[in-house]
Design a binder for this molecule. Structure first.
Ligand SMILES: CC(C)(COP(=O)(O)OP(=O)(O)OC[C@H]1O[C@@H](n2cnc3c(N)ncnc32)[C@H](O)[C@@H]1OP(=O)(O)O)[C@@H](O)C(=O)NCCC(=O)NCCS
Length: 182
């Protein structure tokens, strides 16, 4: 359990799977993730068995401090040689968008990644039509690193994919009370 101010990060349980199916079949959520909302329960069960338990990733559930499960967050493709990983996040319950839950969960995960996992760099990819996410990442301290131009085809059009990243030293310098111990 990783405690933030508004959220708690915990292990994903099999019982969480139906909520992920519901969220990922919401066209708006799926759109921001660049997915088609065509996910079956069996697909998500497989994701739980194969990806959530895979040592190359650390994927956690996001709960509110009151105990409502609202999404997931993870560090993917952990690269131990370069001490780097890619962050992904979904607040699937749209009632919780835009209220600081994402920022809080990301701060907690960065503290875990730079502290417990001793990472040096955490990066992410985000579509240019997702200003809420971009603003959230900027608020946490991610820097804009580059653009994959017209890299994604969605809704009959091509869109840019932005790369953003934060280094361990930059996170430490923020001094927001979530400093890693090392
Ligand atoms: C992206 C996501 C994780 C952000 O979490 P969140 O809790 O909604 O975001 P926060 O409230 O922490 O921060 C959002 C910021 O964007 C701002 N914002 C909200 N809607 C906005 C909009 N349409 N345009 C610009 N800024 C917007 C908010 O005001 C806030 O900034 P502020 O704190 O400076 O006022 C969440 O919305 C989500 O999971 N969305 C669906 C899936 C998704 O997009 N995942 C990310 C894929 S890269």
């Amino acid at each position: 359990m990783i405690n933030g101010e508004k959220t708690r990060l915990r292990a994903i349980e099999r019982e969480d799977v139906p909520r992920f199916v519901e969220w990922l079949n919401d066209p708006e959520v799926a759109y921001y993730l660049g997915r088609l909302p065509l996910l079956s329960r069996a697909d998500e069960e497989r994701w739980f068995e194969e990806t959530v338990r895979d040592e190359r990733h650390r994927i956690l559930a996001i709960d509110t401090q009151e105990g409502a499960h609202i999404g997931s967050i993870g560090l993917h493709n952990l690269d131990w040689k370069n001490s780097s990983a890619e962050l992904g996040i979904m607040i699937g319950d749209k009632n919780y968008w835009g209220q600081g839950y994402g920022r809080d969960a990301i701060r907690s995960l960065l503290g875990f990644g730079f502290g417990e996992l001793n990472l040096h760099r955490i990066f992410l990819r985000v579509y240019d039509f997702n200003p809420r996410a971009i603003r959230c990442y900027e608020n946490v301290g991610f820097q804009h690193e580059g653009v994959f131009r017209e890299a994604v085809y969605l809704n009959s059009g091509y869109h840019n994919e932005l790369v953003m990243g934060i280094l361990r030293g930059e996170f430490l310098a923020l001094g927001d009370g979530k400093k890693p111990s090392k």
